[in-house]
Design a protein around this ligand. Sequence first.
Ligand code: SAH
Ligand code: SF4
Ligand code: F3S
Length: 478
Amino acid sequence: MTTTRFQSQNQTGALTDAPKVHVVTFGCQMNKYDSMLAEGRFIAKGYSTTASMDEADVVLFNTCSVRDHAEERTYSWLGEIKREKERRPGLVIGVMGCMAQRVEEEVFRRAGHVDLVVGTREFQRLPELVAEVRERRLDPNLSGKHERRILATDGAVEVEVDRSDETWTGGSHAFLAVMRGCDLSCTYCIVPATRGRVKSRPIESLVQEARWLVEQGVQVITLLGQTVNSYGEDFPAPADGEEQFRGRQGRPSLADLLHELQQVEGLARIRLITLHPAYVTRELAEAIRDCGKVDRFLPLPAQAGSDPILKAMKRGYTLDLYRRRIELLRSIVPDIELGSDWIVGFPGESEEDFAGSEAFLEEIGFVVNYIFKYDPRPTTRSAESLSDDIPEEVKKERNRRLLDLSARVGLRRTSSYVGREVQAFLESRSDRREGTLLGRTIHGLPVSVAAGDEWLGRLSTVLIKEATAFGMSGELRG
Ligand code: SAH
Ligand code: SF4
Ligand code: F3S
C-alpha cells in the first residue's frame, strides 16, 4: 500500500485552502499510475492533494482484486474510515480500481458509507463525479442514501490521457501505462475481468507524455502493461502506403516505441513491466540491444515449472517454448537479467510439479522472484472448475522453499558482478547512510555507492565490491 506523493499545493506551488484529496493505493504499478492520473485531474480542477487522511475532503481507495487478501484489506480500511465519516458527514469516500470494477455495487452493500464506485476506465471523471455527489446531497428530492450514490463502471470507455494541465511533483521516476487490459485468459487470473480487453495507446501520445514528464524533471520511465510486450497487437494493420513499423504486419510494437523513446532527450533510463513469453520477439530483443537507455532486465513471469500445471493455467507455453524464447533473447542480449512471478499450490500441483518450479528457477537463474500462494478468485476458470486441493500448510511450505531458493539464486547472480565495473543510474539518497546514493545497474539490480549529491541523476560506473541476494554495493569509478 502506498499513499500519494503530491503535496498540499496548487499548480503554482502555493499553499491553498482548496478542497483536498487523499488517495490510498493498493495493488500493482498500474494502480499507482492511475492514482497519479486521478490526482492530476483533481489538481486541474483546483483541488490540492494531502498526505493526511484527516484533513482530506475526498478520500479515494484505488483497489486491487488479484488475491482475496487485497480486497479484504480494502474493506478493513473502509471500516476504519467509517468513524471519520460519522464525525465529518461532508467527507466524500470513493472506491476505484480493479475491485470496484469487479464487484460494482457490492461495495455499497458491504460499506454503506461509500459515495462513489468508479471502475478501471472512468476514473479520470472523478472530480466531476465528486461534484455530482455533493449536488445530490443538497437535492431535497433525493432522500434515499442509494439515490445519492454513484456507480461508474463502464468497461468500454477508452482511457485517454492528457496531462498538459498538470504539474508533476513525483520526483525523477515515473510510470507510463502503454497498454491496458489483457487478451489472454490464464485460468487463475482476475485481471482480464477487471481491466478488460487490450487497448494500446498510440505511440505519438506516449512520446508526448514522455517528453512532458522529462520537461518536468523525470529521468527514468517505467513502461507498464499487463503484457507490455503485446503493445500494439490491437492496432489495425496499416493500409498500403502507410508508415510500416517493426511489429507484426507493420503495426507499431514495443520495439518501435523503445526506439522512439530512446530519442527523447533528457530521458536517461527506460524500464519495462511485465512481459509475457508469448510476445518475446526478435525485434524486441534487438530493440533492447540497440537502445542503450533500456534496462537489461525483464520481468518475464514463468508462473510454474511443470508442463501439466502450465497447461492447466492456460499460460500458452511449455517449458521448452519458454526456454527457446530465453535462448533467442540471450543470443541477442547475452547479459539480460530476468525476473519471474510464481504461483505455488495451484490445483493439482504435486510435489514433482513443484520440484519443477524449483528446477526451472534455478535453470534460468531468475534474479528477482515474486511468489504467491494460489488463491481461487471468483469467476475465474480455475476457481470454477478445479478444486483448491493443496492444503494451506503445503502452500506455505512451498512458498518458503521457493523464497529460500530465490535468495540463493539471486545471490549467485548478484555475486557474479563482484569485481566488475557496471553502469548504474544513481537515483536517490540513502536514508540510512549519509553520503550514500542508491540506484540501479543497467541490469535492473539495486546498487548503493558512496558518492556526493552531484552524482544524483547520472549514469555512472561502479566497481562492485559486495553482493547480497537483493542488491549490491560498490565504489564509484566515474
Ligand atoms: N500480467 C502479469 C501478471 C499480473 S498479476 C503476467 O501475466 O505475468 C501479478 C501476479 O499475481 C501474477 O504474475 C501471478 O503470479 C499472481 N497471481 C495472479 N492471480 C493469482 C491467483 N489467483 N492466485 C495467486 N497468485 C495470483
Ligand atoms: Fe492475468 Fe495471464 Fe493476463 Fe497476466 S497474462 S494479466 S496472469 S490473464
Ligand atoms: Fe491488482 Fe488490478 Fe493490478 S487486480 S495487480 S490492481 S491490474
